[in-house]
Design a protein around this ligand. Sequence first.
Ligand SMILES: Nc1ncnc2c1ncn2[C@@H]1O[C@H](COP(=O)(O)OP(=O)(O)OP(=O)(O)O)[C@@H](O)[C@H]1O
Ligand SMILES: [Mg+2]
Length: 86
Amino acid sequence: MSCMIQRDRELATLRGMLRRHPAVGIIGAGQVGKTTLARILMRGESQPIHLFDLESPEDLARLAEPTLALKPLRGLVVIDEIQPLR
Ligand SMILES: Nc1ncnc2c1ncn2[C@@H]1O[C@H](COP(=O)(O)OP(=O)(O)OP(=O)(O)O)[C@@H](O)[C@H]1O
Ligand SMILES: [Mg+2]
């Protein structure tokens, strides 16, 4: 989309953080573009991607036993809309 705010710098920061840390959080106010940034990141990945969208009751249920759900996964795990886990 031509009206997109470029997030190249944020994307580079995110990629850099993911190289150095096992988990990275994207935290921000509502509707600032967290999910969109995660989508752009996922699009450029060559490793396997596992997405949990916690607004989906199905995905939320899959994480009821987090260790069981996450331990076998390899690659990049994205957990979106994490606020219901409070
Ligand atoms: N880089 C961008 N440039 C322009 N518009 C954007 C950009 N990123 C996101 N948007 C738009 O802003 C809105 C919110 O984006 P998004 O859903 O990614 O935000 P969010 O932070 O995940 O929101 P929420 O807090 O509700 O989960 C959407 O309409 C999306 O298309
Ligand atoms: Mg979001």
